[in-house]
Write a protein that binds this ligand. Sequence first.
Ligand code: SF4
Length: 334
Amino acid sequence: MTLLEKAIDRLPDKGYLNLEIPKGINLVEEINRMRKEKNAIILAHYYQTGDIQDISDFLGDSLQLARAAEKTDADMIVFCGVHFMAETAKILNPTKKVVLPDLLAGCSLADSCSGEGLRELKKKHPNAIVVSYINCDSSVKAESDIIVTSSNAEHIINSLPKEQEIIFAPDRNLGRYINQVTGRNMILWDGACIVHEAFSLERIAQQMLDHPKAKLIAHPEAQKPVLQVAHYIGSTANLLNYVANDDSQEFIVATEEGILHEMRKRAPGKILIPALTIDDTCNCSECHFMKLNTMAKLYLCMKYELPEILMDEEIRLKALRPINKMLEMSKAIK
Ligand code: SF4
């Protein structure tokens, strides 16, 4: 199945795609009104467009959003991110309605791994435990022992016994990086994020020559050669903190471009340069899955409470265990 076929397969009712927005309405006012009326909370990832970030009740990375979803007492969670993130919110909140503005908002990384494939790999390594990055679908979570995010992966892996055999899925770049910083030799699933794999070492090197005072900061989903020359490697939340607190005034940022919106707010006056990608004809450092969500779709999604995330209860319960394990094991992390 192609990525698009998988995404279309997720659509329970394609009718909502034809819904229209009444002429002349103010989207911001309408979204604010419905948020109150419906006791809804809007959770948004840093990779969303600036207008969606600005209207959200809570903005965060995967770990922060999972925690916010766990704590909310809203009746409806409007998740502005991609499908696996909204699914995580549903796993944590089975009695609440969880909606996603565009159900086609998938993820190349999540789609690289299936529960079935992971089951096969587990058969070959019967003594291994499975640690999965949160960027995976519920069938993969259900086959996992612990979920991690890029904010807590190092901490969680370090807290496991040294001799424990570990399968890490689905991101090979993050897995390789965690192997390096923890001295482990985890078995890695061969998946990747199309956005973070698109950065060009050659073009970034030229950017570093052009901006000799700039520090290169990178997300660990980027490929090893980029990470090797980075001044700082961190999760989305850590990259934001680093830029705000470091003395440098100039940064080349090797992660999804949406983060720059919040970075500019937290580090006003600092020069932020998006790292260049292999293809100079496209905005490859923008995640086109994330950018499928728009203010218009957010409005429709809140008005019609569609498309809704629905899930098989048996899978949900299996997927809940490793997520709870992560939330428990990462309590010490801010
Ligand atoms: S940036 Fe990469 S990992 Fe994140 S949602 Fe997009 S494709 Fe998936």
